[in-house]
Design a protein around this ligand. Sequence first.
Ligand code: PEP
Ligand code: MN
Length: 337
Amino acid sequence: MIVVMKQRATDEMVQLVASRIESMGLKAHVIVGTERTVIAAIGEKRNGEQETLSGLDEVDKVVPILAPYKVASRETKDEPTTVRALDLVLGGGHIGVIAGPCSVESEQQILESARAVQAAGATGLRGGAFKPRTSPYSFQGLKEEGLKLLAAAREETGLAVVTEVMTPEHVALVGAYADVLQIGARNMQNYHLLQAVGETDKPVLLKRGPSASIDEFLLAAEYILDQGNPHVVLCERGIRSFETHTRFTLPLATVPYLRERTHLPIVIDPSHGTGIASLVPTMAAAAVAADCDGLIIEVHPDPAEALSDGAQSLTPEQFNDTMTRCRSVAEAVGRTI
Ligand code: PEP
Ligand code: MN
């Protein structure tokens, strides 16, 4: 249920109603909007709560939330959410760009990447230190050493560090270095991990599982939100289909579809979405035209030598051209990058 407070309701009144909701065995998520405050009352419905809450003086009305993802739904919060980490801004009419290598490989590689993507206009630096690889024999990442190198790159450039956390046990460690915690596609339904990042106050970039439906994707986001972390960003990175020409199939209709259902910012990953570097610039520009809130793009100083995902990584020069192209599209659709 959504408990819509009267416009004149004070913070104290909101807290009183929230406690009343909690005393009914429901969870109260207070959402402060520009117009008025609403409280999402989440949990197993019993009898009479709606009537009791509508009867309270400070309450304007109580409406049921129909979507299964309660806090993520636009029914609960129509106003779009903006997620920020240092100078990286995702949402609110601004398109934030996160770029960098698939994996952190060495000090020189990450620093060179960071300098290049920053010069081209990115405000977020990506780079995996803990890598989820299909084969156990592939490069698994530099782990904590990689996190330290990312922090050094942030120190020099001011870019916000976006890096993956693979297990609940590593959330504190990765959180000590990262500005944004990435949940990889393979872990989208790792519910303990989702809850663990939900207990932090770090922004979370949640990637869609390659076989997950949009409802499953939004319910995964709900696991994070339900723990009290409101800084969730959804990332479409391509799904599995019968088509094998591209690594995955990148459905850009995800952006307007999600936009109708959720207030959370939506990022597109054209690198994993296609798996082919030459297709990335066009799909990045198309994502901007489709009204995304951010892009995450793999860039490597020397893609041919990359330890992971070289085939889909742009050179710094190609990334710079992609940014120029995306900027013109953004301008045409009334957005900034
Ligand atoms: C990555 O970002 O390098 C990555 C492993 O992505 P995904 O989880 O989308 O496969
Ligand atoms: Mn990758």
